[in-house]
Design a protein around this ligand. Structure first.
Ligand code: AMP
Length: 441
């Protein structure tokens, strides 16, 4: 009979060898594609004068509680929090914007020439329900412009995100924009929306009845089919804009038109976070990747907006106008059109190095170092001993040349270079290998 205690112990062991739910390892191509995307995105940002920033993965939980808004899902449901041994209450960052604003104040960036423009890249954590395209640890590439209220900054952020996605090969993408106004027009709009929804209380889902009390703007995020007709006829935020917010939005649309960036005004787009003001936008894919089972009609690849209210919420007194965006890198890489950008540092090997004896192994590093110094990418399997196994590996990699170092070669100093296309072989002294390959590779 099976010992039940033993089998529980084994299943605990098996579980120990799995990554946490919704989190995954990035290995081989998965890692390279992500790194390749990051290099492309960083390059675009650098050409526009953005500078890199890396903030800690852990921040004080209060930064997000205050900054992102207590009624948003990201905070109330999805944040990973912990109490340190010293008693600090920290959180794994659920988004990138409040940390950058915190850094802006901490380093006295108000005194720097404005605006201050940052790009960043890294993991973000949300305790969400994992499914294809929705992880608990996922990666964002973020852009932030702090210290300007000008609409051209909103246009630049949208343009850059759009350009990065296009240059990553994505074709079927759709830019959706909206303006939710400043705090005053938003209050007017919130009232209008509440009055409208109150008239339809019996036609909406229980979640929406709750949202009506806690955060009416989120009524427009509801995906329940029951609420769609009510949502479709709801008042639009652009109708409540004050003249200044209207001008800001009009200017943004003019910039987009002059840059030939197609857009759609989506009056249901309000985004989940409380700190947004005026511009909000999302870039969605119009084509679903593979077996994607996301219930939302279009999958968001990137999103952002203006957050003029965040600085005051965090600092209590100082106002800093700002606008930013986050690209969901995992989702970009899942798209069938993704250009498979590879990192600059990864080079396809041109040569396979085969060694056939202990003496040859001793010379291995000398050979590898000589080739590295002239930047010839090389593959090897130093732990192997057999010629046929190493040749098979070289065949598999499709390298044009193989270096063979046997017992005799190691002692007498020449190496054999085999041309894998025509199978011809030449003898070349070890210290001349690099020169030979440089000329012939
Ligand atoms: P947000 O900060 O919610 O505006 O997210 C910005 C982008 O990150 C979204 O447009 C998505 O592409 C991506 N994203 C958000 N949540 C997740 C998740 N749980 N898993 C993978 N990507 C996500």
């Amino acid at each position: 009979m099976k010992d039940p205690k033993k089998s529980t112990r084994q299943s605990n062991r098996d579980d120990l060898l799995q990554s946490p739910k919704g989190m995954r390892d990035l290995i081989g191509e998965d890692f390279h594609l992500m790194q390749g995307f990051f290099e492309k995105a960083a390059e675009v940002a650098l050409y526009y004068g953005f500078q890199p920033i890396e903030t800690p993965i852990l921040e004080k939980a209060e930064l997000f509680n205050r900054g992102s808004g207590e009624s948003s899902d990201v905070i109330t449901k999805e944040m990973y929090t912990l109490k340190t041994k010293g008693g600090d209450h920290l959180a794994l960052r659920p988004e990138g914007t409040p940390p950058v604003m915190r850094a802006y104040f901490e380093h006295g960036m108000q005194a720097w020439p404005q605006p201050v423009m940052f790009y960043s890249f890294g993991p973000v954590f949300r305790h969400d329900n994992p499914q294809k395209g929705r992880y608990r640890q996922f990666y964002q590439f973020n852009l932030e412009v702090l210290g300007t209220k000008k609409s051209i900054a909103d246009a630049m952020i949208i343009m850059l995100v759009y350009t990065i996605l296009k240059e990553s090969g994505l074709k079927d993408i759709n830019l959706q924009v909206n303006s939710i106004g400043d705090s005053e027009c938003r209050n007017t709009y919130r009232r209008e929306l509440t009055t409208y929804y109150k008239k339809h209380l019996k036609d909406i889902c229980p979640d929406c009845r709750e949202r009506l009390k806690t955060n009416p703007l989120r009524l427009l995020d509801c995906k329940n089919p029951l609420c769609q007709p009510i949502k479709d006829s709801a008042p639009e935020s652009v109708a409540s804009l004050c003249p200044a917010c209207k001008t800001h939005f009009k200017e943004l649309l003019e910039y987009l038109e002059s840059m030939n960036i197609p857009y759609e005004i989506n009056s249901n787009l309000v985004r989940g976070l409380d700190y947004y003001t005026r511009t909000v936008f999302e870039i969605v894919t119009t084509k679903k990747a593979g077996d994607l089972t996301d219930q939302s009609p279009a999958l968001a690849l990137a999103g952002g907006g203006r957050y003029d209210g965040l600085a005051k919420i965090l600092s209590g007194k100082k106002e800093v106008s700002a606008v930013g965006a986050g690209i969901g890198v995992d989702r970009v890489l899942m798209q069938p059109d993704y250009a498979k950008l590879t990192p600059r540092i990864i080079k396809k090997p041109k040569v396979f190095f085969i060694q056939l004896s202990q003496d040859a192994k001793q010379k291995s590093f000398e050979v590898i170092e000589a080739l590295r110094k002239v930047k010839i990418p090389l593959a090897q399997s130093l732990s192997k001993d057999s010629l046929s196994i190493q040749l098979a590996l070289a065949e598999k990699l499709g390298v044009p040349f193989v270096i063979i170092l046997g017992q005799k070669e190691a002692l007498e100093n020449p190496g054999i270079i085999r041309n894998m296309d025509n199978r011809s072989q030449e003898t070349v002294k070890i210290d001349k290998l690099a020169d030979y390959l440089k000329k012939n590779v």
